[in-house]
Design a protein around this ligand. Structure first.
Ligand SMILES: *Cc1c(COP(=O)(O)O)cnc(C)c1O
Length: 356
């Protein structure tokens, strides 16, 4: 790391919300991190400043062509009072893979991690300590050059903001019902479905709205070419327990390589569970549901950790997963990963990174 981070502390700290009012991503802490980029000069002026609006030219490229990427991870107050992050190096690596796909210059990963560490420390009083709560960390990059030509921006900002969060699903860890989307597609191989760029989420809202109106909490996305292979559920990776095996869609390029996904695969293999990463079609799933071998299904992601799926809606039919309640393996994975994250249990893979 070659740069020092300049720090300007707030003189007017904000009141902190009550633990039961947190929700997801509604409140922001007292400080934020900013790093500027200019062609020829590189990334410079690393600073932590009071949380505040930023001023951008209306022609800034991010507004017009969506040249932007983001990350998401969490900081936890562990049971011994320390602060920890969960595999933050993986987020910085993925941030740069997203940057590369969107023609954004790479950020120094060591600087990004140091910025994260210092920002979390400065705002550590914002880390809630009630069970299931954490401090959500949102790094992102935006193209700021004021120019309307369609070409990579010559100016960027890399920023990190923090938000204390409660449980992701208002209902808590309870199975959700999912609508299998057959009209809209989220991504195609060769596109940008494998990186965290804003347009993927804007493009998914229409399907999400339709599913919500019908009473489903998320959509299950099928691949954009064959409209047949299962890819993700909402903004989560997805796992199926069929018989004694666990199957998760292979990283074909159409889906996001989740860090929770990777952690779940490691954990299951560590337990001796057979895990297959491969293509899995909706027909195979329906068949497994009909013959009773589809025992469990769950989504994985930083925000929710594990979200069990109780039923799927496909072609006018409601397909129950197992008996519709949280599966035994889903619960064990949830308890173990959250246990590692908040320091309740041993961390055999050294995933926890203590911030001090
Ligand atoms: C972020 C994200 C995930 C989950 O990734 P994690 O690293 O586990 O949080 C899955 N799918 C999509 C589309 C995502 O944006």
């Amino acid at each position: 790391m070659t740069q020092t981070i300049h720090i300007e502390r707030t003189t007017t700290p904000k009141p902190k919300p009550a633990a039961n009012e947190l929700g997801f991503g509604k409140y922001f802490t007292d400080h934020m991190f900013i790093l500027d980029y200019e062609e020829g000069k590189g990334w410079h002026n690393a600073r932590i400043v009071p949380y505040q609006p930023i001023s951008l030219d209306p022609a800034a490229k991010v507004f017009h062509y969506g040249q932007t990427i983001f990350e998401g991870l969490k900081a936890y107050r562990t049971e011994n009072g320390k602060i920890s992050l969960f595999r933050p190096d993986m987020n910085m690596k993925r941030l740069n893979r997203s940057n590369d796909r969107m023609s954004i210059p790479p950020v120094d990963e060591a600087l990004g991690l140091e910025a994260l560490r210092q920002l979390v420390l400065i705002d550590q009083d914002w880390i809630p300590d009630a069970p299931e709560t954490s401090l959500y960390v949102r790094p992102f990059v935006i193209a700021t050059e004021p120019a309307l030509g369609v070409s990579p921006s010559q100016q960027y900002k890399f920023m990190i903001i923090l938000s204390p969060v409660g449980t992701y699903y208002a209902e808590g860890i309870k199975p959700v019902s999912i609508y299998v989307e057959s009209e809209y597609a989220r991504s195609v191989v060769g596109g940008v479905g494998h990186v965290k760029t804003a347009g993927n989420y804007a493009a998914g809202l229409k399907a999400q709205e339709g599913a919500s109106a019908l009473g489903y909490s998320q959509v299950l996305w099928l691949d954009g070419v064959h409209r047949k292979y299962v890819e993700e559920v909402g903004s989560m990776n997805v796992f199926f327990r069929i018989g004694d095996k666990v199957i998760t869609p292979a990283l074909t390029g159409g889906l996001l390589p989740g860090i929770t996904r990777d952690s779940v695969i490691h954990l299951l293999k560590h337990w001796g569970v057979e895990v297959e990463e491969r293509l899995i079609s909706i027909d195979e799933l329906v068949q497994a549901q009909k013959d009773g071998s589809l025992k469990e299904m769950f989504g994985t992601g930083t925000a929710a950790v594990i979200s069990p799926v109780g039923s799927l809606h496909w072609k006018g039919e409601k397909l129950m997963i197992g008996d519709g309640s949280t599966g035994e393996l889903s619960a064990r994975v949830y308890d173990t990963i959250t246990g590692i994250q908040n320091g309740r249990i041993e961390d055999p893979f050294s995933w926890r990174v203590v911030v001090e």
